[in-house]
Design a protein around this ligand. Structure first.
Ligand code: SF4
Length: 346
């Protein structure tokens, strides 16, 4: 199956995702407020979503320095690297909340799980938001009036127990379903019991993301010291029964010292259950890299070649299981901004 974008655009997107920040001119006024995410790979940084050639990439932006440079001339915007055009015909696109077309809301940024790659609980109070349910519902109502609004998604840290977090999320899903009966809703909880999966589905969630993070058990145990690999797998298997095919996804982060074979074995195991992996290159940042290298040893930065190779191999595995990223209507497979997405980019 043909990808939605050309190989040269996919290559350029991979180069962009593998590199550092985009420097924007000092006097350039962004057409939209930059994103200050409290979750996801860009958490804690000021970022913008760039669209080009039918795909998108979310990148940290800086007025002072960067591996790339945004250039403006009479033909529009381009992204340069070392003074050469890497991507022409670039636009900066709005995020509804966190992602284009979606109100993707981080219910609570505080978290007791201490996953070593995650910036969310390490953000200072100026970035972390204290959102009440009432405030979240009013954000969703406002977002739903925007022309580019498509769906609602919820993620959350675990401020006390997983069960309490899932219960709160289910309440918000239910309120959203009442407010917006036909809008797709995605959820990304740390669920630990089958009935929590059912609770979220009954509340009105259409899609679920349950992140296994790494299929290398040694790495998983080091980077997710308070989570349980077998419980997450159990939840993914159960969610695939409850939500159905092409409605369950799961992050596998690579760049933690695992092999490609291990990543792709993870893709196959997930695909056997009906779930679609979201392959995500580790984003190294000020919040995670020293602790990660302390526990895992020196980490080799992910290259564009590795991103493209893994996405192409994932596509073959998904195809052989009748799975696709293209049916997702919420969260990362719809957003496209952080990863090389099989079927869309390659
Ligand atoms: S791809 Fe996922 S994590 Fe990245 S900006 Fe989009 S929704 Fe957020």
């Amino acid at each position: 199956m043909e990808a939605k974008v050309s190989p040269s655009i996919a290559r350029a997107k991979a180069e962009l995702l593998a590199g550092g920040a985009v420097r924007i001119p000092q006097d350039f006024r962004l057409p939209f407020l930059p994103s200050r995410s409290t979750a996801g790979p860009g958490a804690g940084s000021t970022a913008a979503v760039f669209s080009f050639g039918e795909t998108r990439a979310k990148k940290s932006i800086s007025r002072d320095e960067g591996d790339f440079e945004l250039s403006l001339d009479e033909n529009g915007m381009s992204i340069l690297r070392n003074g050469e055009v890497l991507i022409a015909g670039v636009k900066i696109v709005p995020t509804v909340y966190h992602a284009p077309h979606q109100a993707f809301i981080n219910i609570d940024s505080s978290c007791v799980m201490d996953c070593k790659f995650c910036a969310t609980p390490r953000l200072n109070d100026g970035i972390t938001k204290n959102l009440t349910d009432q405030k979240i519902m009013s954000m969703i109502e406002d977002a739903s009036k925007k022309d580019d609004f498509l769906s609602v998604s919820f993620t959350s840290g675990v401020p006390s127990t997983p069960a309490m977090t899932v219960k709160r999320m289910a309440g918000l899903v239910s309120a959203t379903r009442t407010l917006l009966p036909r809008t797709s809703i995605g959820v990304e909880p740390y669920a630990t019991r089958p009935d929590e999966i059912e609770m979220l589905r009954s509340a009105g969630a259409d899609e679920i993301k349950l992140n296994i993070e790494s299929f290398d058990r040694d790495i998983f145990d080091k980077v997710c010291p308070n989570r349980d690999f077998d419980i997450i797998m159990h939840m993914i298997i159960h969610a695939s029964e409850v939500f159905g095919k092409n409605r369950v996804s799961s992050n596998i982060i690579y760049g933690l010292g695992e092999t490609d074979e291990n990543v792709l074995e993870g893709v196959s195991v997930l695909a056997n259950t009906g779930a679609v992996a979201t392959l995500r290159a580790l984003r190294r940042n000020q919040y995670n890299i020293s602790e990660l290298e302390r526990i895992l040893g020196a980490l080799v930065p992910v290259t564009a070649d590795r991103m493209l190779h893994l996405a192409e191999e994932e596509k073959k595995i998904l195809q052989s299981h009748g799975l696709t990223t293209l049916e997702f209507k919420t969260m990362c497979h719809l957003c496209l901004s952080c990863d090389i997405v099989p079927f869309w980019d390659v």
